[in-house]
Design a protein around this ligand. Structure first.
Ligand SMILES: NC(=O)c1ccc[n+]([C@@H]2O[C@H](COP(=O)([O-])OP(=O)(O)OC[C@H]3O[C@@H](n4cnc5c(N)ncnc54)[C@H](OP(=O)(O)O)[C@@H]3O)[C@@H](O)[C@H]2O)c1
Length: 352
């Protein structure tokens, strides 16, 4: 019998939160085979698929930095995959690669969309294959460029990172520590705050669900904020504007608190501090820095190898079928560090 491949397709556009069993549909299709490959293509078997807050935005039919996922299309997602067959010089069968192959078990990708893992010194850094989606993947790169190119923290400055225990935030916060800044992270649980303080060495970690959060935030920023790396938006962004130093840099990376909201809310009370405190507020998309990925990855890998960067990952088991609920959980803070789904244990033998 032909090998089957399970895939997650968009069934309908959610209005608010993703609804398990409604937003997506699981479908089994005949897996493509080596015989289907054209010149320059690779047949890939997914090992891990990335779950990202941005996925919620890709479900809305509106202008953005990438086209929306269409109804019936396989949900877009970055993945770590193993090459099953290849008609490309870029990778051979058995090689590990990364590719935006979507949430599916098996797929064919053009060589231009495939990056061999061998470009990264995983072995020399004590790195593991899952780092390709985290600290040595898109979220690590996002943290690197946002912090070094836009935030540009200097020794002694105060840096605040929201969603600091997440994949992007945790790396961004540590990069600011490496630069010699005083770093404050916000996160949604005591366990996350302990990790930030005790293992990542942040100066202060604040639980935004604490009833005294506002007072604690103010007390933690006596010299105001020089760099705010924002992953959350909404109320936390407004609070950071209220505590911004003159000429502060606001790195607008994401606004997860608003992604599911049908009516968006943003900075209100303190917005005009942008003017009174001469704040530079800049949004960015990691792809803007694509030509510099190589340099950034080298630096991230070096820090990882030197033990200057710590990372965690939260791996959801259960394969493609578990991805939908995993994505919903991302918006409930279920992860520490990078969230991904194990689609296939890399120790298992592959099968064409
Ligand atoms: N600009 C770019 O190119 C780019 C690239 C990648 C990611 N991003 C953005 O970076 C941010 C982080 O992404 P990531 O992939 O690293 O995810 P992540 O931080 O690993 O996971 C998301 C975290 O957000 C927090 N969160 C969820 N709902 C929240 C809410 N209502 N209020 C406050 N915190 C909430 C949760 O942690 P808590 O327990 O702390 O709530 C959750 O663990 C997102 O905004 C994403 O869109 C931007």
């Amino acid at each position: 019998m032909a090998r089957q491949s399970l895939q997650l397709e968009l069934a309908e556009r959610p209005k608010g939160e993703i609804e398990v069993g409604k937003t997506f549909r699981l479908r089994k299709v005949d897996a493509p085979t080596e015989a289907d490959l054209k010149e320059g293509e690779l047949l890939l078997e997914c090992l891990y698929v990335s779950l990202d807050p941005a996925m919620r935005g890709w479900l809305d039919d509106r202008r953005s930095y990438v086209p929306p996922v269409q109804i019936g299309e396989v949900m877009r997602a970055g993945a770590i995959a193993r090459v099953l067959a290849s008609r490309s010089a870029k990778a051979k069968p058995g090689d590990i690669v990364t590719a935006t192959m979507g949430i599916r078990e098996v797929g064919i990708m053009p060589e231009a969309a495939v990056e061999p893992a061998s470009r990264l010194p995983l072995d020399r850094t004590g790195g593991k294959v899952t780092d390709l989606l985290g600290v040595l993947g898109m979220t690590g790169l996002t943290a690197y460029f946002g912090m070094t190119k836009i935030g540009e923290p200097k020794a002694g400055e105060t840096v605040v990172v929201s969603a600091a225990a997440g994949a992007t935030g945790s790396v961004a916060a540590q990069i600011a520590k490496i630069a010699g800044a005083r770093v404050i992270g916000t996160a949604g649980s005591e366990e996350k705050c302990r990790w930030l303080k005790e293992e990542l060495g942040l100066d202060v970690a604040l639980n935004y669900k604490d009833p005294d959060f506002k007072e604690k935030f103010k007390a933690a920023t006596p010299n105001y904020i020089d760099v705010f790396f924002d992953n959350v938006g909404g109320e936390q962004l407004d609070m950071a504007l209220g505590r911004a130093n003159k000429f502060a840099r606001f790195v607008m990376c994401g606004g997860i608190s608003q992604y599911n909201a049908e009516t968006k809310s943003g900075p209100t009370r303190n917005f005009f501090n942008v003017i009174s405190q001469r704040i530079k507020m800049q949004g960015f998309i990691v792809f803007d820095f694509a030509t510099e990925y190589g340099t950034a990855l080298k630096q991230l890998a070096q820090w990882l190898g030197e033990g200057k960067l710590q990372r965690k990952e939260t791996i959801v088991r259960g394969g493609v079928a578990a991805a939908e609920e995993g994505l919903q959980q991302l918006f409930r803070g279920a992860n520490i560090g990078k969230l991904m789904v194990e689609v296939k244990n890399p120790e298992e033998v592959s099968r064409l």
